[in-house]
Design a protein around this ligand. Structure first.
Ligand code: HEM
Length: 402
């Protein structure tokens, strides 16, 4: 191994924020930075004063279509609670043995058999999408459908990252054009099943969404069903979490051995992984009315970057915040899923997927190591942060190592 990417992250980009005041103005980026837990929490809980800024960015509304991120006020609240009922903790628990675990196992099995693979591209990346498609009720056993949906999802993710990283993403830019075509392609793939379930419901989320949706919203239709897909299926950040967890296991053999022999620690590993290397580094908000925050006066129209990665290391909340502790008592106070009005609806699913991804790798009971012949792992993304690629080799474990 050359540089440890987690250590390098502190030495460079994160220290810049950790050493600053709770709220400060950055002249170069023309934005306020919020670096401490209490102030970050205030922003996240007050959606009326600090709103999501995506819908004001060029191309934002076209990207989200009828999804939650583009909504506000009462419409947002009603739709938010509607989806919250679909992706609850009990839902995640129910689909863990029937959907999440089998998908994780079906992805790791062929890699182990081949003796090598990329734990990012071949494992972490397809997992959330396949899990989402299966619990929605789409047929992922059809290889063609599976391949197409993974490829289209990848193109849409690039569009999302471009939109969230810069000031916007013009619709005539190559990334937005490709992304928009991919979204149309996904519509085409999904619509036949969505239409069929309206007539002939089954025990799946599409059927439940038809039933609940038409009961809750008088004008509920196909577009809302597809938009629900965006909310419920595309938790694109989950794949980034799984990438980061894999990197952690690959580069911390003592940690891997510890959780392998005490599986009850795996949820704690995922929780601390979310705090320590949560995929969403910062949330961008727009100030809607003048407000005081952390001793500073923010004006309507100002941009605010809530540095979740820094707030998740606030020494006022966590003891030894720079150390990774699988048994950290208060890890779940993390801000990695946001909080308040727009608190992540996929947080139970994401956690369950993280746990199953780790367990499936540990269950394989093989030696796994970074492959020095492949491209080395590197940080990717700006708005989101994850480590990819993760080329590895698998080898049978020797008895003494067990
Ligand atoms: C590790 C994985 C994930 C992370 C780190 C994450 C992070 C976040 C964050 C930070 C927010 C707050 C946004 C804001 O305040 O502007 C959020 C909201 C949301 N997330 Fe996630 N998320 C993850 C997985 C998922 C999954 C799996 C789903 C879907 C099943 C999902 C669906 C949503 C939805 C619908 C919202 C609410 C958007 C709104 O009301 O505007 N997320 N997520």
């Amino acid at each position: 191994m050359t540089t440890d990417l987690l250590d390098a992250e502190f030495g460079s980009s994160l220290d810049e924020f950790l050493d600053r005041e709770a709220v400060y103005w950055d002249e170069d980026r023309s934005a306020w930075y919020v670096t401490r837990y209490a102030e970050a929490q205030t922003v996240l809980k007050d959606d009326a004063t600090f709103t999501r800024d995506d819908r004001f960015r060029e191309g934002g509304l076209e990207f989200w279509r009828r999804g939650l991120a583009g909504m506000e006020g009462d419409t947002h609240r009603r739709t938010y609670f509607f989806h919250a009922r679909q992706t609850s903790r009990s839902f995640a628990e129910r689909i863990t043995p029937s959907v999440i675990r089998p998908v994780a196992q079906s992805l790791i099995g062929p890699l182990v058999a081949a003796g090598r693979g990329d734990l990012a591209a071949d494992y972490a990346d397809p997992m959330p999408l396949l899990v989402g498609c299966r619990f929605m009720g789409f047929e992922i056993d059809d290889d063609d459908f599976r391949e197409r949906i993974i490829a289209l999802g990848r193109v849409r993710d690039r569009w999302k990252e471009a939109l969230l990283t810069g000031p916007g993403c013009p619709l005539d830019s190559p990334v937005a054009r490709a992304g928009s075509e991919a979204v149309d392609g996904l519509y085409e793939l999904w619509l036949p099943t969505i239409r069929a379930r309206r007539e002939h419901p089954r025990d799946d989320l599409i059927s439940a969404l038809w039933a609940e949706g038409t009961r809750t919203f008088p004008d509920w239709g196909e577009d809302d069903m597809v938009a629900s897909g965006w909310s419920d299926v595309f938790g694109g950040e989950t794949k980034l979490l799984v990438r980061n967890l894999m990197y952690l296991l690959l580069t911390r053999p003592e940690l891997r051995a510890q959780v392998a022999s005490a599986r009850e620690l795996v949820p704690g590993l995922v929780e601390e992984g979310l705090r320590f290397m949560g995929p969403v580094r910062s949330l961008n908000k727009l100030v809607m009315q003048d407000v005081e925050l952390g001793g500073q006066l923010l004006h309507a129209g100002d941009r605010v970057f809530v540095m979740l990665a820094a707030a998740n290391r606030d020494p006022a909340i966590w003891e030894s915040p720079r150390s990774f502790q699988v048994d950290r008592a208060n890890a779940s106070r993390l801000l990695s899923f946001g909080q308040g009005t727009r608190y992540c609806l996929g947080r139970f699913l994401a956690r369950a997927e993280g746990v199953e991804a780790v367990n499936a790798l540990l269950d394989a009971d093989v030696d796994v190591e970074l492959d020095s012949n492949g491209d080395p792992p590197a940080w990717a993304g700006a708005h989101t942060r994850s480590i990819t690629p993760l080329h590895v080799t698998f080898a049978p474990r020797t008895l003494t190592e067990r």
